[in-house]
Design a protein around this ligand. Structure first.
Ligand code: ZN
Ligand code: ZN
Length: 416
């Protein structure tokens, strides 16, 4: 029987800095993320260091908590790394952006990013990659453009690392299909104690809400993440609110173009292309003034209102406007502060904001029922939980159902 070991270097009983090393006859790193804190001092941002020689790195998806540390692995050499083509494209955009934001605190340089790019090898969903006596395959994770679950087969045993995934389909992606006959399942557990509302109903509710704002002459402002959420919002709003002007600003513009360049990774590329082309990609000051001079929908980074054009729009909204939060807001960010106390921190001063706002839960992660269904269909002999805050309780629950469950902390190695 194929022996396997898994070393947890990040995302053990936490969300952020996902990083694991799977050991078969090969040593392969799965994800290499970075944890960005908006508040708190002295907490660890980077995965724990890996001692030894890696044969390869497989990157599941482009979100920074899975990809943000990868160039650091190429300071001295570094192995080939594999991902879907869109994942590499988006990741490069995020690396460049983070270098700007982090400045001196960046754990890597442009030279290391360039070295990393020379070691990249594209791997499409479903294609087999043989490294020594281990075969790898990527499966659509239904999470963001190019996101993949990683399957590894060795000595007659099947290992699956889900990364972030979603089973319910969205406008951008068909949902992930559970992998069958899995021996070892390493599964994200972000929402092990929570369900998300059903997408279709939520879309309708949002569309009606936006229509009211437009009718009353205001702007519907969506501070949104560049990757995934910006594109989904364009599609949802255009599908329901046909004539409304949509302005897109911030890094989401570039990611939207990447989506259009990778039609094979989108559920309905033709429809998405039409929706995206109907939006105004804001070019400069004039477009920005336009956006807040007429009833309109504005979708802009930063998702958590930490700077970016979204913050500028917020300060210039027309009467009758409303703000919409559709994703996760880290504690201490302006998005979090808005939702908690309707205030933001601007150049060191707290500013009361009287614009009404609403939260819509458009999560790109599996909810609790999805996690349980995935586990049931995969039928694993062993489960490894990661990427969540409530892991000990979820582990206990699954043990109660008869599974062998591991909940490693960072630094732990498990024999599988
Ligand atoms: Zn993700
Ligand atoms: Zn994640």
């Amino acid at each position: 029987m194929g022996k396997m070991k898994l070393q947890c270097l990040g995302a053990g009983q936490e969300v952020g800095r996902s990083c694991f090393v799977l050991e078969t006859d090969q040593k392969v790193m799965l994800d290499c993320g970075l944890k960005i804190y908006e508040v708190g001092e002295g907490r660890d941002m980077f995965p724990l260091p890996f001692r030894g020689r890696l044969d390869a790195i497989v990157l599941g998806h482009a979100h920074f908590d899975h990809s943000g540390y990868l160039p650091s692995m190429f300071a001295h050499g570094g192995p080939d790394w594999f991902s879907t083509p869109p994942t590499a494209e988006i990741t490069n955009l995020l690396w460049a952006d983070s270098m700007k934001i982090m400045g001196d605190r960046s754990p890597y340089t442009e030279a290391e990013i360039a070295k990393a790019n020379r070691k990249w090898v594209g791997l499409e969903y479903g294609k087999r990659l043989h490294l020594g006596k281990t075969a790898f395959r990527l499966h659509d994770a239904g999470h963001i453009l190019g996101a993949a679950m990683v399957e590894a087969e060795h000595g007659g045993r099947r290992f699956v690392y889900t990364g972030d995934f979603k089973m319910e389909g969205s406008r951008m992606h068909a949902g992930a299909e559970p992998v069958k006959d899995v021996d070892v399942l390493v599964i994200e557990s972000t929402y092990s104690s929570r369900e998300h509302p059903e997408r279709k109903g939520l879309e309708r509710k949002l569309a009606e809400d936006v229509a009211e704002v437009i009718d009353s002459g205001g702007n519907a402002l969506f501070p949104a993440f560049a990757v995934g959420r910006t594109q989904e919002l364009i599609s949802i709003i255009r599908a329901h609110n046909k004539g409304v002007p949509i302005f897109v600003d911030g890094m989401g513009k570039e990611v939207t173009r990447m989506c259009m360049r990778n039609p094979g990774y989108i559920r309905d590329a033709e429809e998405f292309g039409e929706h995206a082309e109907s939006a105004v990609f804001v070019q400069g000051r004039e477009d920005r003034v336009d956006a807040t001079s007429m009833p309109s929908v504005i979708i802009s980074t930063a998702g958590m209102l930490q700077g970016g054009p979204a913050l500028q729009y917020m300060l210039n909204l027309m009467p009758g406007s409303k703000m919409y939060f559709t994703g996760y807001n880290v504690e201490g960010t302006n998005g979090w502060r808005m939702m908690k106390e309707s205030r933001i921190l601007l150049e060191g001063n707290l500013l009361e904001v009287d614009t009404p706002w609403e939260y819509y839960d458009f999560s790109a992660h599996a909810g609790r029922a999805d996690l349980l269904e995935f586990i049931r269909k995969a039928g694993p002999e062993k489960i490894v939980l990661n990427h969540g805050d409530g892991i000990p309780a979820f582990a206990e629950e699954l043990r109660g159902q008869g599974y062998e469950v591991h909940a490693p902390k960072n630094g732990d190695t498990i024999e599988l």
